[in-house]
Design a protein around this ligand. Structure first.
Ligand SMILES: *Cc1c(COP(=O)(O)O)cnc(C)c1O
Length: 237
């Protein structure tokens, strides 16, 4: 099969699963699929773009900048990688069509992104929450740290819009068939935030666990491997 046809087949399967699952959970709700194209060629993104897909996610700042430069300007880019404070400016200044940064986990990063965005459009952000408590995972702790960061974004960052909460969760939880404890924790984090933050979305679920994530209330799922296949080794990043 030609590559574009293969990608289209894969993404349509994912989309059907999303529709079937979300219809069973809440028929009024539509779940956003973000196609995670990190380490895959721009031609893969373009193939899906031409089939009508617009939301794509990338994990490496330089790779995202290069793809955003080359690809159509109405793509809605999500940054989903680990974010360093000193890279916030590159993201903010180079990508007009940056739909969201999903991995904000400190006030410093939020402010840096805000302060360097200039006249470009507002960027949606998700606060990444470390729901599994694993040391190696990024994200703020649930509770006061989360609430404090949400307040900084809403009160001090006019170029950012707080869209929701995001988690990756532990590998063990992503492969078990039961209710996912990390997704439950993310959902509880949202419930515990005061109403001043409005109705926040949940970004959770990847190739292994997006169906379970939708069952537990995901508004956005981030799927890479099931659409694009295995990624090459991440040399050079
Ligand atoms: C790579 C990545 C994904 C996609 O993971 P797959 O298992 O390939 O679907 C989703 N979210 C984040 C934050 C990622 O880094």
């Amino acid at each position: 099969m030609e590559r574009p046809a293969e990608l289209l087949k894969n993404v349509q399967i994912v989309e059907q699963e999303i529709k079937a699952t979300s219809a069973a959970v809440d028929s009024s709700k539509s779940v956003r699929l973000v196609c995670i194209s990190k380490l895959k060629p721009a031609s893969d993104v373009l193939a899906l773009y031409e089939a009508g897909y617009r939301h794509f996610g990338e994990n490496y700042v330089q790779e995202l900048i290069a793809k955003a430069r080359e690809l159509p300007k109405d793509i809605q880019w999500h940054f989903t990688g680990g974010l360093q404070t000193n890279k916030c400016k590159d993201l903010a200044k180079n990508i007009d069509n940056l739909f969201s940064v999903e991995t904000i986990d400190s006030a410093k990063k939020a402010k840096k992104l805000n302060d360097t965005r200039g006249e470009k459009p507002i960027v949606n952000v998700y606060i990444q929450v470390n729901t599994s408590g694993e040391d190696q995972k990024s994200g703020v702790k649930p509770g006061k740290d989360l609430e404090d960061l949400a307040r900084v974004i809403v009160k001090e960052c006019p170029k950012l819009k707080l869209l929701g909460l995001m988690t990756i969760g532990s590998f063990a939880n992503s492969t078990s068939q039961k209710e996912n404890q990390d997704f439950r924790t993310l959902s509880e984090c949202r419930e515990q935030l005061p109403p001043e933050f409005g109705q926040l979305e949940l970004s959770m679920g990847m190739s292994n666990d997006y169906i379970q994530a939708i069952k537990q209330g995901a508004d956005t799922v981030r799927v890479g491997t099931t659409i694009f296949g295995q990624r090459p080794q991440n040399n050079g990043h």
